[in-house]
Design a binder for this molecule. Sequence first.
Ligand code: NI
Length: 128
Amino acid sequence: MDVIDLKQALSKFTDHWSPRIVASLNGQDVKLAKFQGEFEWHRHADADELFLVVRGGFVMEFRDRAVRVEEGQVIVVPRGVEHRPVAEDTCEVLLFEPTGTLNTGDAPCSERTTAGARLGGQSASGGD
Ligand code: NI
């Protein structure tokens, strides 16, 4: 039951759109990710997806509107709803979603597609 230091964990990687798993509970993963630029349009048929902005801000685009999410704010994208995160500047985000959820959802797999890698070298990850 070690404390997870989000800032410290976020300092351990620099790549964008590549979530790292820092904790798992009740069949869900807590992930940290850095956003910059545009991601793919996609939806998750069976997973609601929570985004909490740790630093910066981004825009969650939906087909009929766009919502800006700022530092300290949370958005939950319901399952089945098509979405695309867009970040003008680097943004640090905590995600909470079922284990195994692919970041690109139903979009064709790309080099960005991942269910998240466990953040290495951190005891707070709960072990590998
Ligand atoms: Ni998504």
